[in-house]
Ligand binder design. Structure first.
Ligand SMILES: *Cc1c(COP(=O)(O)O)cnc(C)c1O
Length: 380
């Protein structure tokens, strides 16, 4: 069976976790926490980073730290993971959904512009599946309209826009280290910012809003959103391998491009001026074939995952709006196995099972093909 994902734990994870056990520093204090935060901030190129217990609370905390709350509107793409939107609601603010760009699947800057109202406080962008949003256009809108910018980078560690890591454009940005993310700590997350004030607020709220000077004195409604030293230990070991992981994922994407060429599948376009980090290699096929192709692959031991359903249509939101571009992407797309230890032979097997499906399916809609772009990936 080819699973969709499997963490890559071939570094010092075990050794560092054992150090936690041996030293008894297994809770949310210990030397690995600060070290992981510093190394992560250095890697991404940002001034401050604070660890949290997962990528969802990272978003909640990030928004609280920049002052989002009741009465505010936050613009967010409907094509995203549900946590992006739930956490907006958890701050007391209102999510305002926008459609996506057809080729890149990311939040549409022109739709963002149209969604701005006098109550808009912030835009949350989500770099889906490892691709970057159009940060030039979106940063410009935020600047012109005086809006805060939050980047949900849960799926985009290592993604660059004009040579800069995503996460460094926003007033505050977040990452997830869930088991299937580019690097993992089991469960975990990070909130980053270049603002010392935002960082201070995030730290304060994640540690029960305890006063820095007076023991057991709490001056706001706080949270326990801390990461454990054990998770941070795993994070340090993972971060040591991040470039290797990203290199492997780029190679896997190149093999997929190569072996899917000529088939009626269309992959997510790499946005202009950006470097994709290929969290999950994702493709579109015709809507009528998507589920039967996934079923065929499942029978042939290849696990896939549908693209996210649109969040605005979930029963707890159900806004009754129409987002035709995001809708078409969501219903036609799926993710292929994308874990770092896949090799070329694996990709050949997986893609031959895709090919097999189209060979036995008569009604093939051939208007979409993978761009002949594999030359970009060349080995190494
Ligand atoms: C994974 C993910 C999250 C949430 O992260 P968890 O660590 O699972 O809580 C948030 N947003 C996006 C886009 C994600 O993919």
């Amino acid at each position: 069976m080819y699973p969709l994902y499997r963490p890559y734990l071939s570094g010092k994870e075990r050794q560092l976790v054992n150090e936690c056990l041996d030293s008894t520093w297994i809770s949310s204090r210990g030397e690995f926490i600060g070290k992981f935060e510093q190394q992560f901030a250095d890697y991404v190129g940002v001034r401050h980073a604070t660890t949290v217990s997962n990528g969802t609370v990272a978003l909640h905390l990030a928004m609280l730290a920049i002052g989002i709350g009741p009465g505010d509107e936050v613009i967010v793409p409907t094509l995203t993971y549900v946590a992006s939107v739930n956490t907006i609601v958890q701050t007391g603010a209102t999510p305002v959904f926008v459609d996506s760009v057809e080729s890149t699947w990311q939040a549409d800057p022109s739709a963002i512009e149209r969604a701005v109202t006098p109550r808009t406080k912030a835009v949350m962008v989500v770099h889906l599946y490892g691709a970057s949003c159009d940060m030039e256009a979106i940063s410009r809108i935020c600047k012109e309209r005086g809006l805060l910018l939050i980047e949900d980078c849960a799926e985009a560690l290592g993604t660059l826009y004009r040579g800069r890591h995503v996460g460094t454009f926003g007033d505050v940005s977040t990452f997830s280290f869930f088991g299937n993310k580019t690097i993992t700590t089991g469960e975990g997350g990070m909130v980053i910012s270049n603002s010392a004030d935002v960082h201070k607020k995030a730290y304060h709220l994640k540690t029960q809003a305890v006063s820095p000077t007076q023991e057991y004195w709490h001056d706001a409604v706080g949270y326990n959103y801390r990461m454990t030293n054990i998770c941070a230990a795993i994070g340090i070991a993972q971060l040591e391998q991040v470039d290797r992981i990203l290199r492997k994922k780029r190679q896997i994407a190149g093999w997929y491009d190569q072996y899917l060429a000529g088939l009626p599948v269309k992959r997510q376009a790499e946005p202009a001026h950006s470097t994709h980090s290929w969290w999950l290699y994702s493709v579109l096929v015709s809507q009528e074939l998507r589920d039967s192709l996934r079923q065929h692959l499942r029978r042939r031991s290849v696990e896939t995952r549908p693209l996210f359903p649109l969040v605005h249509a979930f029963p707890h939101y159900d806004t009754g709006q129409q987002f035709p571009v995001a809708q078409a992407i969501s219903k036609s797309g799926f993710n292929l196995p994308s874990y770092p230890d896949l090799n070329e032979a694996d990709i050949r097997i997986i893609t031959s099972r895709v090919r097999e499906f189209f060979e036995v399916t008569e009604s093939v809609d051939v208007d979409c093909e993978v761009p002949a772009s594999s030359k970009r990936y060349g080995v190494g």
